[in-house]
Design a protein around this ligand. Structure first.
Ligand code: ADP
Length: 694
């Protein structure tokens, strides 16, 4: 039986149509009632205002159009007021319109939307516009979940995302292809402070120039280059040294010694004086994980999260002696090291446990009469100075990678600063992590990291860029270029060469908005700080002046210009610039419709092919995206267990013997099989059934 022809089915369809119709009518009624309420009803003062049109047919058409426009206006959030016809409309009123309802005429005046809105409006606009975020390159499911709750749409990397959240450092290619509305959670060049050796080099350089200001890290030598210096120091100072692999993490390969002679002259290590009198809580050593958000490098804008983690060692601290210097549970505070100790303490209470919140540490300090405010001012100082030590590179790389990013900042980054505090409450920078762990194994992790991610996503300025408008503008630009005559010079945004000249600032490219995007960003960030505090630019004018000396371009350039590494950096930046210019020139040529031969000629003029190829290879080698991926110990152990289980299964099920015998019987054994498994071959030759026996 055909169900669609049945009476029952037809009746259901009828009822459905009826209810739909009813819902539509109800909605119409509600809309008109709302309009009636929203508009202040008044007879027009001038009858002429009612003269819409001479022909009734046209009038109804016109009225319909106006009505539609008005309902759109009144329905939209832009509508702030209405005024009856004849009323004075303020000169700053943006849009004016007429509507006619029930034989009455109204004039609506709608002010323009203000660029910086209240936080509630903003939150709404996030969810309405559905900014897209790509988290497929992150192993932390929490980031996707929080983004979703904030109204972000999760998309793949191939889609037009607004934010790309990646655990590893992306390649330069990705930076270069980013659209003007896109943001990524890493800055090019942040590796300068995120690798131990580069951090030490930068801080050592700054220490040489500003010896009084840059006492923010333990004395550090990079071996083998500084082997002689370290030995000289060891001869004159009786100190314990801590030795670390130059790009290690999670406490791997770290040991203590007071005899540097035991180190090979060619070993690549970071050697540091050991802070032997750290601040102790309950007799345990600890370090602080301070989460820092950078939203812009030029101008530098740094925010510090008020909550963070204190990670404790799990054996009570005793100053290092040859007897205890092997005790990593006493001297190292890494979670990855201490979680293996049976004394590792999980605790729901704020004042116990091997991982505690910064707020708990602050409370402890207050109870012990330490000046908490002053302490955090010193921590902020350490963070600012650390970032400033790499600032010229950060700024240079940013401008080289994003010459046309004029609407919002192309990057933001959460950094994990590891800070060790000594008994005098002096903070020392130990390490900066560009992808701090967002694992939430413990309650304390969840309480710190979830709000951190949420506040970060609320603070970053991705929502300020209108994706659709930018795409429209870009299309328009392309169209305009296509319409230009061949010989005409194109109006393109200038590629910034990373110099400090203001006319080359990417923000100055084709200003199309009334308000400077940077001003918008500043206003947005300052009104969406959540639990962050802004440390750069500092709220205090005298401090801003103090830090301005470290920006000192001439000084910085002379410090950085001397080494081979700095030359390499310059080289890389130059090549990147060339690539961008080359790419743009190619696009221009294509858009101008030049002939193929012409194009080839131009390419040859730009750079010989061999040079371009060499540059490409060098660039690839110099790229920073080779940073080794994260290896989880737990996953490794699991993999190991699975491998063992597989080997065991192969043995017990006698898979090798079965396959071998089958091949033997079919006459398919190769010479290699006979050489590799001689005993099996021998058994088969002797007539044993190897499928059953050993
Ligand atoms: P990793 O990246 O492997 O974690 P870190 O530099 O962070 O290496 O050092 C690991 C731990 O060793 C730190 O958490 C800290 O407890 C301890 N540590 C490192 N450097 C020093 C130092 N100079 N003085 C005292 N303790 C240190």
């Amino acid at each position: 039986m055909n169900l669609k022809n049945s009476k029952f089915y037809k009746r259901i369809q009828e009822l459905r149509r009826f209810s739909k119709e009813k819902i539509r009518k109800d909605r119409e009624q509600r809309t008109s009632a709302r309009l009636d309420m929203a508009l202040s009803e008044q007879r027009p003062r001038h009858e002429s205002d009612l003269e819409w049109s001479s022909s009734p047919r046209r009038r109804s058409k016109k009225t319909k159009g106006k009505k539609k426009a008005a309902s759109r206006l009144s329905g939209g959030k832009d509508t702030h007021c209405s005024s009856p016809v004849g009323d004075e409309i303020p000169p700053d009123a943006g849009i004016q319109s007429y509507i006619q309802l029930n034989d009455k005429c109204y004039r609506l005046a709608c002010t323009r939307q203000v660029p910086v809105k209240s936080s509630r409006d903003d939150d709404r606009s996030i969810s309405e516009s559905k900014s897209a975020i790509c988290v497929s390159n992150s192993r932390y499911a929490m980031i996707g979940r929080i983004s979703k709750t904030l109204g972000y749409k999760l998309v793949k990397e191939t889609k037009l995302w607004n934010i790309l959240w990646s655990d590893s450092f992306p390649g330069v290619e990705l930076f270069k292809n980013m659209k003007r509305f896109q943001q990524i959670n890493h800055f090019p060049g942040m590796i300068e402070i995120c690798r131990k050796d580069l951090l030490s080099r930068n801080l050592n350089r700054m220490f040489k120039v500003y010896p009084h200001d840059y006492k923010i890290f333990p004395k550090t030598w990079m071996l083998p280059a500084d082997y002689g210096d370290a030995m000289n120091y060891a001869l004159t100072h009786k100190r314990t040294f801590i030795l670390k692999p130059d790009s290690g993490a999670q406490g791997r390969g770290i040991w203590l010694t007071n005899d540097l002679k035991t180190i090979g002259a060619n070993e690549r290590l970071i050697c540091q004086t050991y802070v032997h009198r750290p601040l102790l809580i309950d007799g345990y050593k600890f370090d602080l994980r301070v989460y820092t958000l950078i939203t812009s490098v030029d101008p530098l804008r740094i925010f510090v999260y008020n909550e963070g983690l204190a990670r404790f060692a799990t054996n009570k601290y005793v100053e290092p002696t040859p007897g205890n210097s092997n005790d990593l549970y006493m001297h190292l505070t890494n979670y990855s090291v201490n979680k293996r100790n049976s004394h590792y303490e999980l605790c729901d209470n704020d004042d116990c446990g091997s991982k505690r919140k910064l707020s708990a540490i602050n409370n402890w300090m207050r109870r012990h009469n330490y000046d908490v405010e002053e302490f955090w001012t010193n921590v902020d100082d350490v963070i600012i100075k650390t970032v400033l030590s790499a600032w010229p590179v950060l700024k240079h790389n940013y401008h080289a990678c994003f010459p046309g990013h004029d609407k919002i900042q192309a990057c933001f980054e959460i950094l994990g600063f590891d800070i060790l505090v000594d008994w005098k409450l002096k903070p020392y920078i130990l390490e900066v992590n560009h992808s701090p762990s967002f694992h939430t194994n413990e309650q304390v992790d969840r309480e710190v990291k979830r709000p951190l991610i949420r506040d970060t996503l609320n603070l970053v300025s991705a929502v300020l860029a209108d994706k659709k408008q930018i795409m429209r503008e870009d299309r328009k630009r392309v169209k305009q270029r296509l319409l230009k005559t061949k010989g005409e010079a194109l109006q393109r945004p200038r590629v910034c060469n990373g110099s400090t000249k203001t006319e080359c600032s990417p923000r100055k490219v084709e200003p199309e908005e009334d308000q400077d995007p940077l001003a918008q960003q500043v206003a947005w960030e300052d009104s969406h700080m959540g639990n962050f505090r802004r440390i750069m630019p500092p709220p205090d004018g005298t401090k801003a002046e103090y830090y301005s000396q470290f920006y000192g371009q001439t000084n910085q350039v002379s410090i950085f210009a001397e080494t081979a590494a700095s030359k390499k950096r310059e080289d890389l930046a130059r090549k990147m610039r060339l690539q961008i210019e080359e790419k743009k020139a190619k696009q221009d040529q294509m858009l101008n419709g030049r002939s193929k031969t012409d194009k080839r000629k131009r390419q040859l003029v730009i750079l010989p092919r061999a040079v371009r190829e060499k540059n490409r290879v060098q660039l690839y080698r110099l790229q920073e995206h080779w940073v080794p991926g994260f290896i989880s110990e737990a996953e490794e152990r699991l993999r190991h267990t699975w491998l063992q289980m597989r080997t065991e299964a192969i043995k017990t099920l006698r898979i090798t013997e079965n396959v071998y015998a089958t091949l033997y019987e079919a006459g398919n054994l190769t010479n290699t099989d006979m050489v590799v498994f001689p005993h099996l071959y021998q058994h088969l030759q002797n007539g044993f059934d190897i499928k059953q026996h050993t």
